[in-house]
Design a protein around this ligand. Sequence first.
Ligand SMILES: C[S@@+](CC[C@H](N)C(=O)[O-])C[C@H]1O[C@@H](n2cnc3c(N)ncnc32)[C@H](O)[C@@H]1O
Length: 257
Amino acid sequence: MPQWSPQTYLQFADERSRPFVDLLARVPGERRTIVDLGCGPGHLTALMRSRWPAAEIVGVDSSPEMIATATAENTDPGARYVEGAIGEWFPDEPVDLIISNAAFQWVPAQLEIVPRLREHLTPGGVLAFQVPNNFRGPSHVLLRELAAADPYARYAEGAALSRGVTAATYLDLLAGPGWTVDAWETTYLHVLAGEDAVFGWMSGTGARPVLQALPDELRPQFVEEYRSVLREAYPRQPYGTVLPFPRVFVVVAQDVV
Ligand SMILES: C[S@@+](CC[C@H](N)C(=O)[O-])C[C@H]1O[C@@H](n2cnc3c(N)ncnc32)[C@H](O)[C@@H]1O
């Protein structure tokens, strides 16, 4: 499994946190027990804590690097972090809220796993998540095209797969008797600072599987070519580089009878 770098990922922490704030705003009511699936380096816990001061929060992530960072930097006595995979790790007891920000797109079987998460909610519980839906954007299209060309194709085959799911698909999957679903899509115009900012963004997330699949001697050449096509697709403006980023949000609430 490709590795995550908490430092590279946190380079754009503000932009990556904003959708979580928007997601939290749509989660109703008091929540005492919370599981955050794909919690990353734990920087989003503070946002949940300010909303629910007394909640017990468990962050779960399959990356040992992310869990090590989250645990080392944790100053919240009501939060803890555990290594575990989405679809394999489940809470011992049902919880009031299962939340996930920008993680389900990494789970190939997500359309089977996500509906089953509802079984781990208390009555009136909520499942809330956000996933990127930017896989048709130039950042991903160019990545796939370059990865499919020689001399990279034989190493990168399969590593650049996109897993975009629309808000309508999730709505159809999760709505039903006893469940109310609020699903929507928003396109953020992230304005990124610095040179080759879109490459910096992609190297922390979507491009990692391809970069890590390439042998060391080919990677610098790939990086240079990818940087160059990204520069053309996302020209730097005096105020920064604009990365349009569609994201899908879903809040599934169990009806209280
Ligand atoms: C884009 S980061 C999101 C981190 C954090 N939720 C945030 O919004 O900043 C995706 C996270 O999902 C984790 N992840 C990917 N696949 C996973 C899986 N199958 N099970 C658990 N975590 C996974 C990664 O290790 C990474 O920390």
